[in-house]
Design a protein around this ligand. Sequence first.
Ligand code: ZN
Length: 375
Amino acid sequence: MLNVLMYSDELANFEYKPSHPFKPMRAKLFLELLNRYGLLDNKNQKVIEQQPLVEELLYLFHSREYIDLLKKGERGEFTIEMLHAGLGTGDNPIFRSMYQTALLASGGTYEGTIMLLNNEARFVFNPVGGFHHAGKGHAEGFCYINDIAVTISDLIKKGQRIAYIDIDAHHGNGVQDAFYNTDKVLTISFHESGETLYPGSGFENETGIEKGMGYNVNVPLREGTDDEVYLFAFESIVPPLIESFRPDIVFATIGCDAHKDDPLAHLNLTSNGYKSITGIINKISPKILAMGAGGYNVFKTAALWTLAWAIFCGLEPEDQHIGLIGGMMYGPEAKSGSLDDLPFILHGREKELCFMQAEKVLEFIKENIFPVHGI
Ligand SMILES: [Zn+2]
């Protein structure tokens, strides 16, 4: 079966505004790295240009009032209601093509999922996707349209069971809110604790309501958390839950802002951690819809996505220029860097505190979530 990259230059080239940290051009760098490392050569790898989402699908999650505001904003109108809906702020500026761009990004996630559903592909990656903060009636955290909530809502209607795994450094609050009362979606978010990072939510005791009780899993980690602590928590929590839930499709939000060099968050993951995490996701998932989400160190994000792509496709990156894995400058823009990082290990009291936090959350989950799933 195919491995598909959803990509278009149009989407990779847009910009919120020059000073904004969210840079869709990461997708272009990612494409360059995939070519450089020979990861698109095989006949099983395919690049598909995404189409805009059909507007009607938006209303599976978003309110009509909010979508009308997005359209008005795109036409250059401005009203006070927009500010109330999070539009026109520093995080979510109003810009030309704002609505069309969001439709195109969401179209990639939706279209990719349909390919999985039809068994045309086993793995699809939509790098300009994963807008996990957008709410039903508001923009938030660089996110206007929640491609994840819209697409999963449609899949539930089609009778699918969906697991959502979010490794972006920020809590996936928009997705949590969308499926908080249903047992059709298992939502798992690993993130830096809301005590130190936006959006300030995502604590372990947010476990879902009504039928959804026990189907919303949050793993808030202490700032500074390194690969070792992260993997300890991830390995203990994610495989048993996924094995018990038996999803048809796994949505994976591969945000790269948990990397130690990210300027917006404070976790300490390296490429080694990311490779192990994506390796686990790959092993436990029947089909995977991966999305790019955050990641504000542009070159590192492109490198981590490249490594994730290789793992999901079962390929080894090989630098076509020198025939070596890693250890090479990539692209004329890069001042330094290779795909792989050196190990980074936290020591001393800080490490102890990170472990204590992860253990506390794990205990809570074992007591309150695992029993719901018969674990
Ligand atoms: Zn993020």
